[in-house]
Write a protein that binds this ligand. Structure first.
Ligand SMILES: Nc1ncnc2c1ncn2[C@@H]1O[C@H](COP(=O)(O)OP(=O)(O)OP(=O)(O)O)[C@@H](O)[C@H]1O
Length: 351
């Protein structure tokens, strides 16, 4: 087999989201064939996403009976480093935001991160809610000090994810009082000093609304995609609109909406009962033409992710299964954004 024959074989593999085959789309970076091995590099960017995993499996199937070994790799052109430091190689940044406070944004960020890690991804979680950092408590590592070495800060590993939070640095129970400019400074200084290592996904839990932290982050970091968390009774379309406009102004794709507290999951009967006669998530998704990434029930067990935990203990309390769909959909949407961008760039350079 030569590279041409191998390329022809790849024409039978269609990208289910982009609706054409990998070769026509330009998602094949490179093909090399030597004595007994075919080496293929594909333009894929969302590790462990179900769609990209299925694509890789289809490619493997196509070469399964050829008698050749297949070495598959993935590489994607990126705008620049997400974190400008030698001790961090971060592929994708996902910002989690909400219009209002208390809708479960941190809960969604934490559970989605842990679920992605359980699928095999290398995941970091950055608690950018400087005003009320609650991820250390939620993930059971409150009071655990971060490692410091020269200018670098080392995240704390919990439930399979790397966590960094203002809450781990201040170690203070009292409310944190920040002025806007201080948030900007802290964000700027902190962001590039964190020694994340290699991450497939860095999930950032933003404070509610569209304030200084969101603006600073969007100005300084190439956020790959944003997720909006809402509740069924959320009627504040204005808040959501403001958030969406902010992301648009900074060319940041919004991956979709997660509806939290969708119905009450009764611990006695096991059934889910609607409590709010409203469909905030569905409505918001329809209004803005965005996917609904998942609906999370109101379940007392969800608030307990960190309850039984110790530092570094990855074995007990699992995230609620409703987060399986959220994690899968977030990764699939993100992968689609990246592949589409790759195809568009290529089309531009051809014209
Ligand atoms: N689906 C759920 N089922 C049960 N409890 C939940 C659920 N979602 C969130 N909670 C609980 O509601 C409270 C608020 O959630 P969380 O801190 O995630 O909200 P938030 O939007 O991040 O709030 P903030 O505005 O303070 O950033 C927490 O005690 C959390 O455990």
């Amino acid at each position: 087999m030569d590279a041409e024959v191998a390329t022809e074989r790849l024409r039978s593999v269609d990208d289910p989201r982009l609706g054409d085959d990998l070769v026509s789309l330009g998602l094949v970076n490179d093909i090399r064939v030597d004595a007994d091995t075919v080496r293929i590099s594909l333009a894929l960017g969302a590790p462990y996403s179900p769609v990209e995993t299925a694509l890789a499996d289809m490619v493997r199937d196509v070469f399964a009976e050829t008698g050749y070994n297949l070495e598959l790799s993935a590489a994607l052109d990126r705008a620049g480093p997400v974190v400008d430091s030698e001790s961090a190689d971060v592929k994708n940044v996902i910002a989690i935001m909400s219009g209002k406070g208390g809708v479960g944004k941190s809960t969604v960020a934490a559970n989605t991160a842990v679920t992605m890690a359980r699928r095999g991804a290398r995941v970091g979680l950055f608690d950018a809610d400087f005003y009320g950092p609650n991820l250390p408590r939620m993930l059971g590592v409150k009071g655990v000090p971060v490692g410091v070495n020269d200018d670098a800060l080392f995240p704390v590993r919990t439930r399979g994810v790397e966590l960094m939070s203002m809450g781990l640095l201040t170690g203070d129970d009292g409310p944190v009082i920040w002025r806007g400019a201080m948030v900007t400074d802290v964000f700027t200084n902190l962001w590039h000093d964190i020694s994340w290592g290699t991450l497939d996904y860095l999930i950032v839990d933003l404070p509610p609304g569209t304030g200084d932290t969101q603006l600073t982050m969007l100005q300084q970091v190439p956020v790959t995609g944003a997720v909006i968390v809402t509740t069924p009774q959320e009627t504040a379309l204005d808040d959501a609109r403001r958030g969406l406009r902010l992301f648009e102004e900074h060319n940041t794709p919004v991956l979709g909406i997660v509806e939290n507290m969708s119905g009450f999951l009764c611990p006695d009967c096991g059934n889910e009962h609607p409590i709010f006669d409203a469909d905030g998530g569905q409505g918001l998704a329809a209004e803005f033409g965005l996917p609904l990434l998942g609906a999370i029930p109101l379940d007392p067990a969800i608030g307990a992710l960190g309850d039984a935990s110790d530092e570094g203990d990855d074995t007990d309390t699992s995230p609620h299964e409703a987060f399986d769909a959220v994690a899968a959909n977030v990764m699939d949407e993100l992968g689609e954004v990246l592949r589409r961008r790759h195809v568009d760039r290529r089309d531009e350079s051809v014209v």
